[in-house]
Write a protein that binds this ligand. Structure first.
Ligand SMILES: Nc1ncnc2c1ncn2[C@@H]1O[C@H](COP(=O)(O)OP(=O)(O)OP(=O)(O)O)[C@@H](O)[C@H]1O
Ligand SMILES: [Mg+2]
Length: 357
């Protein structure tokens, strides 16, 4: 096991910069996820950590060891790929044994460790099967056993669950977490599935065009996104341009902002709000009431659409002299229900965050 320090890594492909001076420290034993849209550089970063790509700048450390120029074979990593990358002509046993044989481990120990690894992923009975004779989830478990059996210092996984059906994905989340927690292994997990990232990670790094837009716990990213990009990527948010001004200089100053011809109170969510700002409001943080005079932090509007979704009801509201806004009321929320065409007031909490655009 080892901590991973990524220190100002730069990676270019034919003149195009794909990783821009990216830094990230992953403590020993932690489970970190790289999350971001297609093309943002997740796989490239993982491949730099693995040693498949040599960075054009910056350093990579495992604990205190500079491994920037160390070959993949000598980095002591376990890797799991999206398409499993099993050897089709080898049985599950031989696939898992591969790394141990390459390391010249003695035969009886190979038999013992492969047996143990297959048992951990629940595949003892399928040791003699070939990949073509296994389901996607079973193949993924073989890939996981193969990566872990060598007891690597770090485990790297590139979208390991994306080829599985929804039910198997949920099961494999638990299998992976149980195994990596038990081994205490430092893990970098890549996904573009935000729910997977929220459910599994100690910390999530949201990537945007080769940089980290925000690093934080799942709660940090959901609750206090630093910008509209993060807010929009994690969960769903109303991201609405507003004109804001700060009211004091404390760490999280109170702001007043203009929206739909009204002035509302909010909280400054990023430093230096200068002009171009956006309000970030989760639909579930907003509520609705029948129009009434003198309600603070409320906006007048009209229901465009009401969608009943069982555990919640989703509304699209056209704000008077303003944009559309989405509101979600949970079942059991006792406020009156509204229908398309109803005039309403949208209540915006005074701790809603305004960040720079
Ligand atoms: N070997 C390569 N040669 C040239 N360009 C590359 C190479 N590998 C990646 N790229 C480019 O680098 C950028 C980042 O690619 P990368 O595979 O890291 O994205 P990703 O975040 O993993 O995306 P996805 O979610 O689709 O897997 C893309 O614009 C891609 O086209
Ligand atoms: Mg990728």
């Amino acid at each position: 096991m080892a901590s991973i320090t990524i220190d100002g890594i730069v990676k270019q492909f034919s003149g195009q910069t794909v990783l821009q001076n990216l830094s990230l420290h992953i403590p020993d034993g932690a489970f970190y996820t790289l999350l971001g849209p297609s093309g943002c550089g997740k796989t490239t970063l993982l491949r730099c950590i693995a040693g498949f790509y040599e960075p054009d700048g910056g350093r990579l450390l495992f604990d205190q060891d500079d491994v920037t120029r160390v070959s993949t074979h000598h980095r002591d990593i376990g890797m799991v790929f999206q398409d499993y990358a099993l050897f089709p002509d080898k049985s599950a046993f031989d696939n898992v044994a591969y790394g141990l044989r390459a390391r010249k481990v003695a035969k009886p120990e190979i038999a013992r460790r492969v047996g143990e690894a297959l048992e951990k992923v629940g595949l003892s009975a399928l040791a003699d099967r070939y990949p073509a004779q296994m389901s996607g989830g079973q193949r993924q478990r073989v890939a996981l056993a193969r990566a872990l059996v060598i007891r690597p210092r770090v485990l790297l996984m590139d979208e390991p669950l994306s080829n599985l059906d929804a039910k198997m994905r949920l099961q494999m989340r638990d299998v992976i977490l149980d195994l990596v927690r038990e081994a205490g292994i430092t893990t970098v997990f890549v996904t573009h599935d935000q729910e997977e990232a929220l459910a599994m990670s100690d910390r999530i790094a949201i990537m945007d065009r080769g940089s980290i837009a925000q690093l934080g716990t799942p709660e940090d990213l959901y609750g206090t996104p630093v910008n509209a990009y993060v807010a929009d990527f994690i969960g769903s948010a109303n991201v609405i341009p507003v004109a804001a001004r700060c009211m004091d200089d404390s760490a999280t100053p109170h702001v007043r902002y203009q929206l739909a011809g009204q002035e509302l109170d909010g909280v400054q969510g990023s430093p230096q709000l200068n002009g171009e700002s956006v309000l970030i409001a989760r639909p579930e943080d907003l509520s609705l009431m029948a129009p009434a005079p003198h309600v603070p932090n409320a906006l007048h509007g009209k229901v465009l659409r009401r969608q009943y979704l069982g555990f919640k009801t989703a509304y699209r509201i056209a704000l008077q002299n303003g944009p559309e806004i989405r509101v979600e009321l949970h079942a059991g929320n006792t406020v009156a229900d509204f229908q398309a065409g109803d005039a309403v007031q949208v209540l915006v909490p005074a701790d809603s965050r305004v960040v720079s655009a």
